[in-house]
Design a protein around this ligand. Structure first.
Ligand code: 2FM
Ligand code: ZN
Length: 668
């Protein structure tokens, strides 16, 4: 039987920094599983990478005035670095802008076309004559066809909840420039998902997935229809047919193919052994919002093309991790500053906390108090304490060497049985994607060791020559439990587990050992141990207090600002202006010099909105809100005649959107 396991974690969009909420869903569970399977001796290939095409990218890049490639380069690097910091063991972390991804994606399309699963259709889409391009839903706003709300979005009305095609909007216009949009026919390629209904039904019926995953997938299969797999854009994988300028694949067509191309990039000589072997087990870790794409649409694409690629076998889909009762949101300040986090806390502390709280069957919660208490009571109080007290005892009463095990009395036999049972439970939990349960086993094992140590009281046994042997047996058994503890905790807290492993006198890393061998081989008696050191620091109140304060300070920032009266507001002369030209102020990362038209004439305004913006021309023509009666001030040696209003967002600075307001009009 093949022991190949191909593991993937959903490719995150490279349009903003990842936070612990993301890590808890599709990522940490995937990494722990990959680490566990390697210990089992499986031949593992674990891949991930950035998802870099699609409207989610272009819109977020446009809003902050960055070219899409610059935008994804930035966040690809940031997210890759976070995974490294968190000790992830991806065998390869790729990106969908890797040039090899194009060929694989285009080949899928050509196969599907040849096999009769793709058809061309001409439909009306919204076109901006000013911007010379078709605009996707997310770029469009207009009047709701149902409730006549003016600012309705391109796909659904946020006022009355109606959902519709963007072409149904009355007076649709561009969200970015405000320009009016017209209907224009355009050709697209539709994938006949409806033709895969039967095949999908018989394939999915024996999948051992969670009931909610199966039900959700089934509801999509029941309703399969042809779907457009192309878009009018220049950001994406191009359609490989003549005369298709400006046509690219829809991001959900190319992104899952990214799992294959990531393997091709990382392992040009070995990827086929995984993807083309029917015996390989394919395990895909995702967040629950990605279920239809992994359980239905991507499998249909795989069924319709010509390579014998693996279809997903296991689909662990997790819920979300919130922060103190609300979703993580960087723009609202409802987040954890990762740089500060890692100055105070360790990778294994957060890995343990997330694993112990994994959102497997329902949403879970990161709370600072709970983080503190679990790290102190469990990692330090149970795990660290067992190792420390035992190893100090061995130094003092066994000359720092592992003693020989003697006869086991009933208490010791029961303890040995117990620690082996917990180890087996941990194995079962990991292999069934129950990360929470695995973390629980870790603490149960540490606690069992502590209880046995307390029951046996080796410090008393050491005092009497007749009980020395019993003391040595006790210590040897506790050290066996530490060995098993290092083993079963290593997928979750690999750094600490390796330290514990070394403290037992082993030289290599635990990753190079095998689960079964570690369990079945007793510790070598006579092995010399190094001097022990502590594994965890206590988290004091002073360490988390500022974090909680900062979080709540952001929340109350507005309400805690000193109150002003309507007269104070009236003092502000806020006007609509239009950006005529823009240039960077030399030697500044963020300062821009803007020339802005107001009805009273043109002003020069300096504004710190330029950080990370690579394409300043995108600002030209935009309408902005100007504080028109601000006293001129000299900034960086240049005079500024006003100020413009902007918002700080997840991925950069965003300017308020003004569409119809004429230049010079008052903002109140
Ligand atoms: O939801 C997301 O973040 C997507 N970028 C996931 C893509 S998974 C895969 F198909 F690439
Ligand atoms: Zn409406």
């Amino acid at each position: 039987m093949s022991n190949k396991i191909l593991i993937t974690s959903a490719l995150p969009y490279a349009n903003g920094p990842l936070h612990f909420g993301h890590i808890a869903g599709a990522y940490l569970p995937g990494d722990c599983y990959a680490r566990f399977q390697r210990l089992q001796g499986a031949d593992v290939l674990y891949v991930c990478g950035s998802d870099e095409y699609g409207v989610a990218i272009t819109l977020s890049a446009d809003l902050v005035g960055r070219a899409p490639k610059e935008h994804v380069d930035l966040f690809h690097a940031i997210n890759k670095q976070l995974f490294e910091k968190l000790g992830f063991s991806f065998d390869h972390y790729s990106r969908t802008t890797w040039e090899g991804h194009v060929k694989t994606t285009q080949q899928f399309f050509l196969d599907l076309l040849e096999n009769g699963f793709i058809e061309e259709r001409v439909t009306d889409q919204l076109y901006s004559e000013k911007e010379n391009r078709f605009l996707a839903d997310r770029y469009v706003i207009g009047r709701c066809p149902k409730c006549h709300y003016e600012g309705a979005r391109g796909d659904e009305c946020q006022k009355c909840g109606a959902s519709y095609e963007a072409t149904d909007l009355v007076h649709p216009h561009s969200k970015l420039t405000g320009s009016p949009l017209v209907r224009r026919p355009t050709k697209h390629w539709f994938l006949r998902f409806d033709l895969f209904k039967e095949k999908l039904n018989s394939w999915i019926k024996d999948k051992p997935w969670k009931a909610n995953v199966l039900n959700f997938a089934q509801s999509y299969i029941d309703d399969l229809r042809p779907r457009a797999i192309t878009r009018d854009s220049d950001w994406g994988v191009k359609v490989p047919l003549p005369g298709t300028e400006g046509k690219v694949f829809y991001v959900w067509f190319d992104a899952p193919i990214g799992y294959i191309s990531a393997s091709q990039e990382g392992f040009p000589d070995r990827w086929k052994e995984f993807w083309l072997d029917p015996e390989t087990k394919l395990v895909q870790f995702i967040g629950k919002d990605n279920i239809p794409f992994h359980a239905v649409f991507f499998p249909a694409m795989l069924m319709g093309q010509n390579q014998p690629y693996k279809l997903v076998d296991e689909l662990p889909a997790n819920e979300f991790l919130n922060l103190e009762g609300k979703q993580f949101s960087k723009s609202d300040g409802w987040t954890i500053d990762l740089e500060r986090f890692f100055q105070k806390f360790t990778t294994d502390q957060i890995r343990y906390y997330i694993a112990a709280n994994a959102p497997e069957n329902h949403d879970a919660e990161f709370s600072w108090k709970d983080f503190q208490s679990r790290c102190n009571a469990e990692l330090l109080g149970k795990y660290g304490n067992l190792i420390n007290r035992t190893l100090v005892f061995v130094q003092n009463h066994s000359s720092g060497i592992i003693p020989q095990r003697g006869e086991l009395d009933s208490v010791s036999s029961a303890f040995l049985e117990q620690i082996l049972r917990i180890t087996e439970e941990a194995r079962h939990a990991y292999s069934h994607f129950c990360l929470r349960k695995a973390a629980q086993c870790v603490m149960e094992l540490a606690q069992a060791g502590n209880v046995y140590f307390d029951t046996k009281k080796p410090w008393l046994l050491a005092k009497n020559i007749e009980t020395i042997c019993e003391m040595q047996t006790c210590i040897e058994l506790v050290m066996e439990s530490i060995k098993l503890l290092a083993l079963i905790s290593s997928p979750i807290i690999p750094h600490t587990a390796n330290q514990a492993w070394k403290l037992l006198g082993f030289t290599g890393t635990i990753e190079h050992a095998r689960w079964d061998q570690i369990v079945s081989h007793n510790l070598p008696s006579g092995q010399k141990l190094p001097q022990p050191h502590v594994l965890f620091q206590r988290i004091e109140d002073e360490m988390i207090g500022p974090e909680i304060e900062q979080l709540h300070a952001k929340k109350t920032e507005v309400s805690e600002a000193p109150q002003i009266t309507i007269d104070d507001v009236r003092k502000l002369d806020l006007r609509v202006g239009q950006i005529l030209s823009v240039e960077r102020v030399p030697k500044s990362k963020k300062m821009l010099k803007l020339s802005i038209a107001l009805s009273s004439g043109t002003r020069t305004i300096l504004s710190g909105i330029g950080e990370g913006m690579t394409d300043l021309t995108l600002l030209i023509g935009k309408k902005v809100i100007v504080v028109a009666n601000l006293k001129p001030a000299t900034l960086m040696g240049l005079e500024s005649e006003g100020m413009i209003l902007s918002a700080d967002t997840e991925s950069g600075i965003e300017l308020p959107l003004l569409l119809e307001a004429p230049i010079g009009s008052c903002v109140r």
